[in-house]
Design a protein around this ligand. Structure first.
Ligand SMILES: [Zn+2]
Length: 284
């Protein structure tokens, strides 16, 4: 029999004997027991490298200059907004909106141009129904990216509110294997998409489901325990993980099934019912 891959395996000489539990294979390495799988996952969760920030290829054009160039806002209004900003601490786009100085669509177009991405002036929020529901509302809110259609030849259209969540886009690609085609949407459209995504995916996957599902944990030890249970139940799994901000997203894939776990290590948990996302419309 093969040796157990866990460094902390308590079994004599880490060699497995015939007759006890079958163990489980994680990333091609065999482990004799759930505690051993758990120890390896725990180690992995502390060693996850931070996801690489994807930098825009071109330096950002300043929003004010862009709006002026597009003729969307008169120069004196931009000057007034820049002055008011010092007091209000709002982003320029927010400031202009609060002053009623910019049309929301013109702002959206300028933000998209500034970020070098496409935008959707109008979104049919029911399109999230065609999107894969494997991601939980938690993951969607944490990533600030929502799929808005079925994957096609490895690519998938996703919508997000400003500013562009470049790290999250990289994480999304790494974890799902799909290349996201990003579309900027306005705040209202974003909230509508979240509402529809939540309505369709909520309750469809039980948190107790071991073979396929999604879990959100705050405690890395508890997260490791859940993941080890899933690996043991599946018998064989591959684990991919990515970190951004205070989140670690772990995806397990086994025989025909997947399991996602979002580890949220925010210094302070938000109170229940508080809006966990802030759809910002603007960019400095
Ligand atoms: Zn072991």
């Amino acid at each position: 029999m093969p040796p157990c891959a866990s460094e902390t395996c308590a079994r004599p000489s880490r060699w497995w004997r015939l007759g006890a539990s079958r163990g489980a294979t994680l990333d091609g390495q065999w482990h004799c027991s759930q505690p051993c799988v758990e120890a390896v996952i725990r180690q992995r969760l502390h060693l996850v490298p931070a996801s690489q920030e994807v930098r825009p290829r071109l330096p950002a054009v300043r929003l004010g200059a862009l709006l002026r160039h597009q003729g969307a806002v008169p120069p004196d209004q931009i000057a007034a907004a820049l002055e008011a900003q010092a007091e209000t601490r709002l982003r320029l786009g927010e400031q202009l909106r609060s002053m009623g100085a910019v049309d929301p669509q013109a702002l959206l177009r300028a933000l998209a141009e500034q970020a070098g991405v496409s935008y959707l002036a109008a979104v049919d929020v029911t399109r999230v129904h065609e999107a894969p529901g494997g991601l939980s509302l938690d993951a969607i809110q944490a990533l600030r990216i929502v799929p808005i259609g079925p994957p096609e030849s490895g690519r998938i259209r996703v919508a997000f509110p400003a500013p562009v969540p470049r790290t999250a886009l990289a994480v999304f690609r790494q974890q799902t294997g799909w290349m996201p085609e990003p579309y900027l949407v306005g705040d209202d459209a974003w909230l509508g998409l979240l509402e529809h995504y939540g309505a369709t995916s909520r309750g469809r996957v039980s948190p107790e489901t071991m073979s396929m599902g999604f879990a959100r944990e705050h405690d890395p030890l508890e997260a490791s325990r859940r993941l080890a249970q899933v690996v043991m139940a599946a018998g064989e799994a591959r684990m991919r993980d990515a970190r951004w901000g205070h989140y670690v997203w772990v995806r397990l894939q086994g025989a025909g099934a997947g399991f996602d776990l979002l580890l949220d290590q925010a210094p302070e948990s938000r109170p229940e019912g508080a809006e966990p996302w802030q759809a910002a419309t603007t960019s400095r």
